[in-house]
Design a protein around this ligand. Structure first.
Ligand code: NDP
Length: 307
């Protein structure tokens, strides 16, 4: 086949729309979460073209149908192995099925890191979020907590402080890891209270989050359980790009993001392109992912024509 796309988020679907319209007859492998990361948010209000917002499943279904309309074929499954050393490139699914492709567009996204406590799973969609830009609006004039002490956490806390009544930052160390300017921004914001040396034990409330039990200075004589009342719990402890599968072939940065050449989606292997969050440590927005999917499909078409 001419073009194989791995991943069904905004990058993958947009790549499919463009590749299909360029007559590349793309095949798109859905991956473990059909629709990608957006599917864990409540509503999408910042994707251009939806003045009244849109439910994530609706938007992703629209994108999928648009890709299908021009002839994209969808394959349910998860890629477990690749070999990019050959032409065509080889990709294997979990059931052992092998697929060969002249070009591969990787759009496997990134996954927000979670703490790993049972409450996160229990309250998913009921007060737990890993994206303040996506879900912050639902907590206007309410009290929320942001976990993490890095630049993302500070950015999310500052953003939420513009909407919410109060924002707690739950930071496990006695200091913030964020850049100086971001630290100053949160430490001088009267709406933000930083709880240093706190870890989250569990969330409470029924049916939605209403509070969190925290442990202060765990393992020291001053250890103490503290409770805060909150309506929303935001994780900002980092993202992990879903790229381990490609480690043997593609250049990646220290955090695992696929390295692309300049502004293009070209990787170090000709005919393999990376689009969306798997290659974007900076923006992590659906509209940016979609745009990079478009670029990847155009590059795939150019690569095939040049050969
Ligand atoms: P970071 O890895 O920088 O920070 C993660 C934060 O989460 C740290 O405070 C870390 O604590 C904390 N954390 C991690 N795991 C846990 C856990 N299990 N429990 C509690 N806390 C935890 O990730 P970011 O996403 O903030 O940033 C990633 C990169 O992107 C950084 O290089 C950052 O500078 C950059 N960035 C830049 C921005 C900008 O310039 N505007 C905006 C956003 C990100 P600890 O310190 O104890 O490890």
């Amino acid at each position: 086949m001419d073009c194989l796309i791995i991943g069904s988020g905004p990058a993958g679907y947009t790549a499919a729309i463009y590749a299909a319209r360029a007559n590349l007859s793309p095949v798109l492998i859905d991956g473990p979460q059909v629709g990608g990361q957006l599917m864990i948010t409540t509503e999408v209000e910042n994707f251009p073209g939806y003045p009244d917002g849109v439910a994530p499943f609706q938007m992703m279904d629209d994108l999928r149908r648009q890709a299908e309309r021009f002839g994209t074929q969808f394959v349910e499954g998860v890629v477990t192995k690749v070999d990019f050393s050959t032409t065509p490139k080889k990709v294997w699914l979990e059931d052992g099925k092998e697929m060969d492709a002249e070009t591969v567009i990787i759009a496997t996204g990134a996954s927000a890191k979670f703490l790993g406590i049972p409450s996160e799973e229990e309250y998913k969609g009921r007060g737990v979020s890993a994206c303040a830009t996506c879900d912050g609006f639902f907590y206007r004039n309410k009290t929320v907590a942001v976990v993490g002490g890095g630049d993302t956490a500070c950015e999310e806390a500052s953003y939420l402080a513009g909407l919410c009544k109060k924002v707690y930052m739950i930071v496990r160390k006695p200091y913030l890891r964020a850049s100086e300017i971001m630290q100053q921004r949160v430490l001088t914001n009267p709406k933000i209270e930083v709880l240093f040396e706190h870890n989250t034990l569990c969330l409470t409330g029924e049916p939605k989050v209403k509070g969190a039990d925290l442990i202060y200075k765990k393992g020291t004589p001053e250890e103490e359980i503290r409770h805060i009342e909150i309506d929303g719990f935001f994780l900002a402890i980092g993202h992990k790009p879903n790229t381990d599968l490609f480690a043997d072939y593609l250049d990646r940065d220290d955090e695992g993001y696929i390295k692309v050449q300049g502004d293009s989606p070209r990787t170090n292997i000709a005919g393999v392109f990376a689009a969306g969050d798997c290659a974007d440590p900076h923006y992590r927005q659906a509209v940016v992912a979609a745009a990079s999917g478009c670029k990847a499909a155009i590059e795939a078409d150019r690569y095939l024509k040049a050969r």
